[in-house]
Design a protein around this ligand. Structure first.
Ligand code: AMP
Ligand code: ZN
Ligand code: FE
Ligand code: FE
Length: 275
């Protein structure tokens, strides 16, 4: 039986794995196909593909976009996207500038409201040129001994409703789904438990959503069954993945979620028909 993990982050966003390290771990876990879905970034796809080919691992080009719906953050995954599309490149450039500026805004709030002084250069050094985000700030706070853990950083300072929280640019779900479709991809709702508003799913389906990330580390068996039912009801594709960020979230490991390769075939079939 062949397995896949369709939700992996790399150093090109807020994961810590280089393409080499990622594929090494994927091989160790006997996974045959992966999707790299960095936040607002496709730069990791090509380098991962080059390493993966040498090890006979299949790479599905992907992305994870941040959207907002009725005040709730909604992550939309895009699978089998045309990641070299010019319009996509331009959009991601804008998002990158927004994310860079947001770091300064968060650090400013940290200084003003909590007295914590964190150098922007430390955060950007940790991000190593990839899509920068709150996880990098959390790592910088840990590195400087200001908090003991990443989760403490989110709980006390940078999580939503915290003093230094600044929302980043967010698409509407319709825009995120539209962009993914425009580049021939399949839009999938990531970790639906975090949305926690199932009643929004039909509306996302009306906007063009084609799949649900049913298999996810935080999903209990009851949730998996529940989302399988919803997927069936709305004729949605089923995906899954670990959402591994490497050592930035060591408790979430590659291999914790392995979905049957037959689900990858279904994504490819959808792409062939509608992509
Ligand atoms: P950003 O896109 O900069 O807003 O950062 C969002 C990312 O931060 C998510 O994709 C997660 O990787 C991480 N994150 C969000 N909330 C938490 C949390 N409570 N604990 C650990 N990581 C989190
Ligand atoms: Zn992340
Ligand atoms: Fe996510
Ligand atoms: Fe993710």
């Amino acid at each position: 039986m062949k397995y896949a993990d369709l939700h992996l982050h790399t150093v090109f966003s807020d994961g810590t794995y280089t393409p080499e390290e990622l594929i090494e771990e994927v091989c160790r876990q006997s996974i045959s196909a992966v999707s790299v879905v960095d936040h607002d970034n496709v730069d990791g796809i090509e380098p991962v593909k080059i390493i993966a080919e040498q090890r006979n691992i299949e790479v599905l080009p992907g992305i994870e976009l941040t959207a907002e719906y009725n005040g709730t953050e909604v992550h939309i995954l895009g699978y089998l996207i045309e990641y070299k599309d010019d319009n996509l490149t331009r959009t991601l450039d804008t998002l990158k500038r927004n994310r860079n500026e947001r770091i300064y805004k968060i650090l400013d709030r940290l200084r003003r409201y909590t007295g914590i002084d964190l150098e922007a250069s430390l955060v950007f050094d940790i991000a190593k040129g990839g899509t920068v985000g709150r996880l990098h700030i959390a790592r910088a706070l840990v590195k400087n001994g200001i908090v003991n853990s990443i989760s403490e950083a989110f709980q006390r300072y940078i999580g939503d409703k915290c003093p230094a929280y600044v929302a980043g640019f967010r698409f509407s779900p319709q825009q995120a789904i539209g962009l993914i479709k425009q580049i021939g991809g399949i839009p999938v709702l990531a970790h639906p438990y975090s949305l926690d508003q199932d009643e929004l799913i039909p509306e996302l389906v009306n906007n063009g959503l084609r799949g649900l990330e049913v298999f996810y580390p935080e999903h209990t068996q009851a949730m998996v069954n529940h989302y399988l039912d919803i997927a069936k009801k709305f004729n949605l594709l089923i995906t899954g993945g670990s959402d591994c960020h490497g050592s930035a979230k060591p408790e979430v490991r590659i291999g914790s979620i392995k979905i049957p390769y037959t689900l990858v075939n279904k994504l490819k079939k959808e792409k062939a028909q509608n992509g």
